[in-house]
Design a protein around this ligand. Structure first.
Ligand SMILES: Nc1ncnc2c1ncn2[C@@H]1O[C@H](COP(=O)(O)OP(=O)(O)OP(=O)(O)O)[C@@H](O)[C@H]1O
Ligand SMILES: [Mg+2]
Ligand SMILES: [Zn+2]
Length: 830
């Protein structure tokens, strides 16, 4: 695998990443970690990029025999234009050396410091010899080729160092490898499965820029922000950019720093874009939300059709990502994005095991909502409602109960909608009561729950909507409330729609699938996944039915009674009247119509009225009967009912469990009680930092990271670096701030030492410092005081020179004399 592009990106200054043996042997002294960026390829004598054999400055030949290396070289000969031409075409003058190239108005300090590290100046700064950076890179390559036994180590190193993640999510590892190798890839992973990482991480492993086509500006901006926060050189060209932002992107393209360039598909309509991308050295295309290329899908974006041409024009590998898996969409993606050539396809199962599934029949829905939300105070959630009016009433009800809740629907002013979207992204624990207009473009990973206050439209819609919860992989909860009115409403919507009858039939079937899920008697997830074609080996253990199995009864008899009452009254009455007949309730209406003379009158006295209501709801759920669109509320039999009436089929039903009794009052907290105050304090710190940086809270750290901090209580930066989600750049940016919340004010750590926090080099640094203090005046304590600078010690700790000659690169003769033996011993000890 070729990591040279990435590693060389910062040349000698990849502090944050070059943790291991990589920079050690290069003998480079890295400055503080800046955004990672690419450096131009070396040029051969013909002016083409050279990636093959390289000469080690020390005289040896560096072998680079990893296959995709050559693939790259073959695929993109001359991918890098002559700088002058590139500039001319980008239409911008070269910025003066050392200019702030990746300035982000929102993080001036971070980026100014980081941005000043354009490859040239940094190398010159640390290495008067101009080829030093290159030496560094060649050595890196040497080291990596020889020392790293496992080829996946580097990508997992990056995962740890840049993202601070401990490991890949299922499927990510293979996809990352395939994309990094420059293969055409189609990856289908569930919502929140972690698709972004599958193109972001390989982009760091590859030479040149990866262009990411993404459908929504909001999504792009969020991702770019998050990447920059992690120290990655990413930018977006969108219509929402300010001129300054656009200038900065062009400048960093031109200087070859940028690793990831986000772009809306619309931009491909302009001919200039392809040229721009070609000249900018784009070496890969990633297509997010690739189902948008499908004309039959729900999110079709005509401009996605241009991506195929872009791939052909640039002749680079393409990776496509989506959560939509049906075979038609998949086939369409292959035709339109890959020109029909089968890409390497990864199909991850659809399960989102961290999402708890639950349904409840409505029984005072507002009370049910409040009970659910009260038990999850302070957690972000979405309440989906079937109507605009309901979003407002429920938001008010929640606000009255002391929750932070707002309404959102398509009828609101665009500005107001944007404001709600922005608040939801930024604020901790905001609840949005919304119609389904709220969703796409909401990339908030820490939504802890989704509650459907009304039945969703179909099983697809249901899964997509609950899928917005728990995208960070942490436990998330869902609850869907439904009742006979919902079923009636949804049936009506299908019947009254404009679709032809075949389409209506299919829509009823989709609704049935959802109702079947609602009235399921066994594991809901099994049923849900089976609908999407995934078989589960066992029950999930994380749905309401697995957690508290329902009481079942043979409902065949009762259902036959009900169906018969329906038939004998000409299928002209609703559930209320039919229940009166079954329970023998002689109302005026019953007597007027002589229904008290029917043989079914009073045959169902064994069941109470609420029980009959539950039976009718389940019958509707099982599609044994449907509301008649012509006659308000009347129920008629469907085909599925006949075998039951004829006694050929049986029905198992559930007793509706007493809802009031349970579930309500258990307050679910994210951590144990004793860690609760600390977690709140950490969240407050996060909020302050997020507000100052004008980024969403989770961009600073996701909940999971704060939870782990609250539980593990790191007491210094080394321990802090072990927390999942704390990458090198974030450790540098925020480590001390959070540490002081946990452990009080910290003795200041020397910046050179801080840069090594959480790494073995840090411990070595400490030992070297101790050793030199011991030897300050020589072995016998009478020598002339002599010490090394912390910068020298850090370089030694990182480079781990193996012998005196190597150590001589860092120390002058006098210091070698004094310290070499002891230092080498410390280094040898690990
Ligand atoms: N290996 C990992 N370890 C921990 N967290 C991860 C890992 N990979 C991704 N995540 C987190 O998971 C969340 C969801 O990732 P991402 O946005 O890429 O999902 P997605 O597959 O693109 O979903 P969607 O279909 O909704 O766009 C993010 O918060 C991301 O940081
Ligand atoms: Mg995504
Ligand atoms: Zn289950």
């Amino acid at each position: 695998m070729d990591h040279s592009g990435f590693w060389s990106g910062r040349g000698c200054s990849l502090t944050a990443l070059a943790s291991s043996r990589t920079l050690r042997q290069a003998g480079c002294a890295p400055p503080p970690p800046p955004p990672y960026r690419a450096r131009p390829l070396r040029r051969g004598q013909d002016g083409n990029a050279v990636r093959g054999l390289a000469t080690d400055p020390a005289g040896g030949v560096v072998r680079d025999d990893r296959p995709h290396h050559h693939v790259l070289a073959d695929q993109f000969p001359g991918a890098e234009p002559a700088p002058a031409a590139g500039r001319a075409d980008l239409g911008r003058a070269e910025p003066p050396a050392g200019t702030d190239l990746s300035s982000d108005p929102q993080h001036p300090a971070e980026y100014r410091r980081a941005g000043s590290g354009a490859a040239g100046p940094v190398h010159r700064h640390h290495h008067p010899a101009t080829r030093a950076g290159q030496q560094c890179r060649l050595l890196l390559r040497d080291v990596m080729a020889r020392d790293l036994p496992s080829s996946d180590l580097p990508s997992s190193d990056l995962l740890r160092q840049v993202w601070g993640f401990d490991g890949f999510r299922p499927g990510q590892g293979e996809i990352v490898e395939a994309v990094a190798q420059g293969r055409d890839v189609l990856a289908i992973m569930p919502t929140g499965g972690g698709k972004s990482l599958c193109y972001q991480l390989p982009a760091l492993m590859r030479e040149g820029v990866t262009v990411v086509i993404s459908p929504l500006i909001a999504l792009m901006r969020d991702q770019v922000r998050a990447l920059r926060e992690a120290g990655v050189a990413a930018g977006a060209l969108t219509s929402g950019n300010t001129q300054d932002e656009t200038d900065a992107v062009f400048a960093s393209l031109e200087t070859r720093e940028l690793k990831l360039l986000y772009m809306a598909p619309e931009r491909l309509a302009s001919g200039g874009t392809v040229n721009l991308l070609r000249r900018a050295g784009v070496t890969a295309i990633a297509v997010d939300e690739a189902h948008c290329v499908s004309q039959w899908g729900h999110d079709f974006r005509p401009d996605y059709l241009r991506i195929g041409d872009l791939k052909r024009a640039l002749d680079v590998p393409l990776s496509a990502f989506t959560a939509t898996a049906d075979a038609e969409t998949r086939a369409e993606i292959v035709t339109r994005l890959f020109g029909g050539a089968e890409p390497v396809t990864f199909l991850r199962g659809f399960d989102r095991p961290n999402i708890r599934l639950a349904f409840q029949p409505k029984d005072g829905p507002r009370r049910q909502l409040l009970a659910f939300v009260d038990a999850r105070r302070g957690q972000s959630g979405i309440v989906y409602c079937a109507s605009r009016a309901r979003t407002e009433t429920l938001a008010r009800a929640l606000a009255d109960a002391g929750h932070s809740a707002v309404a959102y629907h398509g009828g609101m002013e665009a500005d107001l909608r944007r404001e709600v979207e922005g608040r939801f992204q930024r604020e901790d624990g905001l609840i949005v009561c919304a119609t389904v207009a709220f969703g796409m473009g909401i990339d908030k990973p820490d939504i802890r729950w989704v509650l459907h206050a009304d039945l969703p439209k179909s099983i697809e819609a249901y899964y997509q909507e609950i899928g917005r919860a728990g995208r960070d992989g942490d436990p998330a909860e869902t609850l869907t409330l439904y009742g006979p009115d919902d079923i009636r409403l949804r049936r009506m919507q299908v019947d009254e729609g404009l679709a032809d009858s075949a389409r209506k039939g299919a829509d009823h079937a989709r609704l049935n699938a959802l109702l079947g899920l609602a009235e399921a008697t066994g594991c809901r997830r099994r049923r849900l996944l089976a609908y999407f074609g995934d078989e589960m080996a066992g029950d999930c253990g994380n749905c309401d039915l697995c957690l508290s199995p329902p009481k079942l009864f043979d409902g065949t008899q009762a259902v036959r009674m009900a169906l018969s009452a329906m038939l004998r009254t000409g299928e002209r009455f609703g559930a209320g009247h039919l229940i009166d007949i079954l329970t023998g309730n002689p109302t005026d209406k019953i007597r007027e119509r002589g229904h008290d003379n029917l043989p079914t009158f009073g045959v169902g006295r064994d069941h109470s009225r609420p029980q009959w209501q539950a039976i009718f709801r389940q019958m509707m759920g099982l599609d044994l009967c449907r509301p008649d669109p012509e006659r308000h509320g009347a129920l008629f039999l469907t085909e599925t009912a006949h075998p039951i009436l004829r006694g050929e089929d049986s029905v198992t039903l559930r007793h509706d469990t007493a809802l009031r009794a349970k579930g309500g009052n258990v307050v679910r907290t994210q951590v144990a009680e004793e860690d609760e105050p600390l977690l709140s304090a950490l969240k407050a710190k996060r909020r302050a930092l997020a507000e100052a940086a004008r980024v969403p809270a989770y961009v600073i750290f996701p909940d999971r990271t704060l939870i782990q901090m609250a539980q593990d209580r790191p007491s210094d930066l080394d321990q802090m670096a072990q927390v999942n989600g704390v990458g090198a750049k974030k450790l540098e940016s925020f480590g001390l701030e959070f540490l002081s919340v946990i452990a009080g004010d910290q003795p200041r750590m020397h910046p050179h030492r801080r840069a090594l926090a959480g790494r073995p080099e840090g411990a070595l640094f400490d030992r070297l410092i101790a050793a030199q203090t011991r030897l300050m005046r020589g072995e016998d304590g009478t020598g002339k005081p002599l010490s090394c600078s912390t910068a020298q010690i850090r370089r030694i700790a990182e480079a781990r020179p193996a012998d005196r000659a190597a150590l001589a690169r860092h120390l002058d003769e006098a210091r070698l004399e004094r310290f070499a033996a002891v230092f080498l011993r410390e280094i040898a000890e690990g």
